[in-house]
Design a protein around this ligand. Sequence first.
Ligand code: EPU
Length: 337
Amino acid sequence: MDILSNISLKQYNTFGIDVKAKHFVSVKNIEELISVLKLEDYPEKFILGGGSNMLHTKNVEALVIHLDIKNIEIISETENSVTIKATAGENWHDFVLWCLEHDFGGIENLSLIPGNVGAAPIQNIGAYGVELKDVFVACEALHIKSLSIKTFTKEDCNFDYRNSVFKQDLKGEYIIINITLKLTTKDHQLKTSYGAITEELNKMNIKNPTIQDVSKAVIAIRESKLPNPKVIGNSGSFFKNPIVSKSHFDTLKINFPKIPSYSVSENKIKIPAGWLIEHLGFKGKRFGNYGVHENQALVLVNYDDAKGEDIFKLSQLIQSTVKRIFDINLEVEVNII
Ligand code: EPU
């Protein structure tokens, strides 16, 4: 394990922001991770996974620990299902592809989500009608202070829309080291009701889709709407879709009759933030080397060497405009560092 100094983090965050880490080390297993966490010469430490859900606004004055711990293993199998453990450093999409190759179903709708396995439970990744919690069994996490490993069941994780205990009460206290999922091996339960998936499968002329077909459809939709971080820096949805009260929504509907919505409960309505941002004219707006993506207004992008601070300021401008026009507080989904 080499501890490097003054390292650019550009290739370690999907936004492609060129900030520096004061010190940097990659760890390949738990033992290395624990020994690095014990180093007293580096009191400040910063854990880096896939870098897919963060916006760097300044240099990181700490020892950045890059989790490069990779392994996928089948724990047990029954007639219809399989239990799989994958470690934090596995790339999420590569893991999805591995499952598809083995014909394991349940996460095909989560194809092409950037980032690593370790980040998946933190924000309960979700797309096209499926969330990680639907297949999640447990995860193991290292307590940073005591260096002890704890198992969290699905209930312990307190999953919610883009949320978990690791973003709330236990924020910054644990490092996820692996996750265990239960997937199907036959009679796969396809989730194709999300409008765009049905449309895409029709376009592909597929009547009886397999999990591999659903994955292909999801990939096609994502590629048409979302920028590939390898080409244009971004962190996926920058904001969460806001949830408002029914009475608030009824008032908005009077002034904005076309506003889309999804019912969450009797008195709660979710509104696509992308629509709000587009309606304000931000979609596709470019400010030099950064801006709002042209096909999905929820995504802020770095065209080339943008400063994280500028993208952060743009996000604040969007938030204050949404507040002024719709009286809605848009919450940021990405971690601002
Ligand atoms: N919309 C617009 N303009 C836009 C974007 C969206 O008007 O520029 C409206 C349209 O009415 C559209 C609706 O929003 O029908 C929904 O759009 P979309 O299907 O693209 O989904 P989303 O709600 O904008 C969420 C997730 C995405 C996920 C998709 C599909 C959040 C914050 N984002 O976006 O997740 O891929 O659903 O399930 O929940 C991510 O988390 O990084 C991410 C990309």
